[in-house]
Structure formats: C-alpha cells, structure tokens
Design a protein around this ligand. Structure first.
Ligand code: SF4
Ligand code: SF4
Length: 247
C-alpha cells in the first residue's frame, strides 16, 4: 500500500477527522499487520475478562525476530476474514476503551529519541497518508496535541517507551539473536502476565531477586505493577542490571 509520511509537530493543526460517516469507516481495521505491545495485551485481555494465556492463544500469533530472537505478537489472521481485526464490528471497535496504542495513534506515527545524559525523551510525529483513509483534509481546528489528548494515548506511549528502552538495551548488550530460554523470559515477563504471576506464586520464581514484601504483594493483584516489574525482571535476569523493581 503506498503511503506518504508527512512530518508534523504537536502545535500544528491536524486536518483529520475519523467518523462513522466516512466511506472508509472500519477499513483501517480490516487490513492489519499489527504488532501488539505488552501493555496492549494487558488492556485487551482485561477488557475481555480472560487470562493472558487465553488471549494469546485465541487472538494472536507469535513469531520470533529472525535476527533478534525477540517475541513478536500480532493479531491472528482469521481464515474466513483474512487480516481483519477480531474486534471490528459494523458499529466500530468492540474494545474501543482498551484498543491498542497503534489504533489510538493512527494516522500518526510517533518516534522518540532519548538523551543519553538525562534520559529525557523527545517525541517526533509524522502523518501517514494512506489512499484508503478518507479522514484527511477535514478541518476540525484541533492541534495535534489536542487530537492526541482525545485519543487518551499517553499511558500506552509511556508503557511502550519502557519496552523500547528494554529493546534498545538488549541490542546494546546482546546485539545478536537471543537464545531460546532468553526469548522465553521476554515472552513470560512481558506478554504472558497471568502465567508469570502463577509462576511467581507457585514456583517461587523471584527467590533470587530479593523483592520487597510490599511489591510482591502488589504484583500479585495489580497487572500494571506486574508488567513494570516484568521489564525490570528481564533486565536483571538477562543483562544483570540491578532492577529498580518498578519503584
Ligand atoms: S482493536 Fe479496534 S480500533 Fe484496533 S484494529 Fe481492532 S477494531 Fe480497529
Ligand atoms: S480509514 Fe481513516 S478515516 Fe477511515 S475509519 Fe480508518 S482512520 Fe478513520
């Protein structure tokens, strides 16, 4: 699919309006090649009221990056519906409140640069103009910043930035392919959170980590705390970096 990437800044006007009256309504949910982040999966499985194991099995496919060995989770294509999202309905998205970060951002792309000295993040944005999307050219008077607020995407971006930081660390410390057990740790600590929790409780998985009791209690009930801990756990187990343990 041909597309144009047009750099845009937060203070610029965003001449874009997506609504159900557009002739392309839902088209962008019917031709997916969409990777899901750990935070996307956390929100979706909780929206559906199912465990991470069931969500991953029923709705996603898994492969490993051929050069990196990192797990890549995508919506599973449906033999009857091709690359259509499993959550698209004639009325729109059935998981709208918990839709993935990339669905919230579209048609914006976001890239970040992190200062090595301060760790401060600078964001860059571009509009992706795809021919099928008829939302462009509509004047709403909204700036990019205002439009982003309406998408409620900050939490996703913050969580996804932690993932990007972890991947960048992996590339520095282990530039080649992860071994099988290392890839499995990534998958368990970031994507399969309910299984991760079960192993913490039943197999005393964290005995080497010296975890404070209050944090241990929190991650037994709070998925977001568990995900933040999972990132620190992978850093500790794979790279030997002393974890902050989500604090
Ligand atoms: S999750 Fe919702 S918004 Fe995202 S592709 Fe699926 S139906 Fe569309
Ligand atoms: S193709 Fe564009 S305008 Fe149409 S529904 Fe998707 S985002 Fe909205």
């Amino acid at each position: 699919m041909s597309e144009d990437m047009i750099p845009i800044r937060l203070e610029n006007l965003m001449h874009f309006n997506c609504n159900f009256e557009n002739e392309c309504f839902n088209d962008c949910c019917r031709d997916l090649n969409q990777a899901l982040t750990p935070y996307d999966i956390l929100r979706l499985k909780n929206n559906l009221g199912i465990s991470s194991q069931v969500f991953l099995k029923d709705y996603t496919s898994l492969h490993y990056g051929p050069g990196s060995g990192l797990p890549v989770i995508e919506f599973k294509p449906n033999p009857d519906a091709g690359y259509e999202c499993p959550f698209v309905t004639p009325k729109g998205c059935s998981v709208y409140e918990d839709r993935p970060g990339s669905c919230r951002m579209y048609p914006l792309a976001r890239a970040i640069a992190r200062s090595r000295e301060t760790g401060e993040i600078t964001q860059y944005f571009a509009l992706i103009e795809e021919p099928h999307c008829k939302g462009f050219g509509k004047k709403t008077g909204q700036t990019v910043e205002e439009w982003l607020k309406g998408q409620d995407v900050d939490r996703h971006n913050k969580e996804n930035d932690r993932l990007m930081e972890l991947i960048s660390l992996k590339n520095q410390i282990i530039p080649g392919k992860l071994e099988g057990a290392q890839s499995d740790m990534f998958y368990l600590g970031l994507y399969d959170l309910d299984e991760f929790r079960a192993q913490i409780v039943e197999k005393d998985l964290l005995k080497e980590c010296g975890l404070p009791e209050n944090l241990l209690k929190k991650i037994k009930t709070d998925d977001e705390a568990l995900l933040n801990f999972g990132i620190d756990w992978v850093k500790f187990m794979l790279f030997g970096i002393k974890a902050t343990f989500g604090e």
